[in-house]
Write a protein that binds this ligand. Structure first.
Ligand SMILES: *[C@@H]1O[C@H](CO)[C@@H](O)[C@H](O)[C@H]1NC(C)=O
Ligand SMILES: CC(=O)N[C@H]1CO[C@H](CO)[C@@H](O)[C@@H]1O
Length: 292
């Protein structure tokens, strides 16, 4: 009996280690989740989705901005409550339910209003902003907030805001393309004294296209002291020069991973996969084979 219990403990530890070590296979959701093919997203090998286009208002309200023709922006949290509607909440939650490989949902935002709200009224648990994020987390079953700041780069308010989100139960992630010094300061301050799996800033999605086309994942890894998840832009008719086929993505991820073991890989973005008639499965297969 004791031997059995011991063996079970060992097995559980192994399983925990395995779950912990699982690589990140991610995709940014640019398309309105009410319109995208969530069945394909759930079953093509991705385990992490990052919903693009959330932003905060001057009064602490949270918007889900539309980037899809025919869709409108939706106010999703206000006055400390979720107000985005049941259908949207059910759709977002469904990403992690039923036949799915997804176990993590993040929302991606810019730095609009972060500095003014952190200075007044601040990051307290009674503020509208805190309560709105808490309500949204619950309604959408969210795991993390992704910072895609590409303009303000204010260390102090970013750190205060991220810690506030940590209090509300979120993990914090970043999606840098440039400004290494800023991201290093933020990372160091947020993770001070913390170790895996308790890191507050636990994922770096590194843009390796457009403005970040020359980014070298291995050198970002050594600068930040964290493994990164390089992002590649799928075939796209907006900036075709940065478009990457699944075959080309395989080569890029393979080479980067050889130069310095990565935390995983990811794509920008689902809208273009659908618009260009590409295959989720082909792009997903690249990730499952290189980052099992
Ligand atoms: C969504 O994806 C699934 C599985 O990949 C596919 O069978 C289905 O036809 C797609 N639906 C639409 C509306 O394109
Ligand atoms: C993510 C992104 O910028 N996608 C663009 C791809 O190209 C189409 C059409 O040119 C744009 O509408 C998308 O915004």
């Amino acid at each position: 009996m004791r031997l059995y219990a011991f063996a079970r403990l060992l097995l559980l530890q192994l399983l925990a280690q395995y779950a912990f070590a699982a690589s990140i296979r991610s995709i940014f959701l640019f398309k309105d989740v009410m319109k995208s093919n969530t069945t394909a997203l759930k079953t093509s090998g991705f385990n992490s989705v990052i919903m693009f286009g959330v932003g905060i208002l001057g009064d602490g309200g949270i918007m889900y901005y539309s980037n899809t023709p025919g869709s409108s922006d939706v106010l999703v949290a206000s006055g400390g409550a979720y107000v985005g509607g049941d259908a949207l909440a059910a759709k977002v939650r469904s990403l992690k339910e039923g036949d799915t490989g997804i176990n993590r949902i993040e929302i991606s935002m810019n730095s609009q209003h972060v500095r003014d709200l952190m200075s007044k009224p601040g990051p307290g648990v009674d503020t509208p902003l805190y309560r709105n994020f808490a309500a949204l987390k619950k309604a959408w079953s969210l795991d993390a907030v992704n910072n895609d700041d590409e303009s303000l780069y204010d260390v102090a308010s970013t750190v205060t805001f991220a810690k506030m989100l940590g209090n509300a139960g979120y993990k914090y992630t970043i999606a840098p393309y440039t400004n290494t010094n800023f991201w290093r300061s933020v990372t160091t301050q947020l993770n001070q004294g913390l170790k895996e799996p308790d890191l507050l800033m636990d994922r770096v999605y590194l843009q390796c296209y457009d403005g970040g086309a020359n980014n070298n994942p291995a050198s970002w890894q050594s600068t930040l002291g964290l493994k990164v998840v390089p992002l590649i832009w799928v075939t796209n008719d907006s900036k075709p020069v940065y478009g990457t086929t699944a075959a080309q993505a395989r080569t890029k991820f393979t080479n980067w991973n050889k130069a310095g073991a990565l935390a995983g890989g990811g794509y920008w973005n689902d809208y273009d996969i659908e618009k260009m008639g590409l295959s989720y499965k082909q792009y997903g297969d690249v990730l499952t084979s290189i980052f099992p």
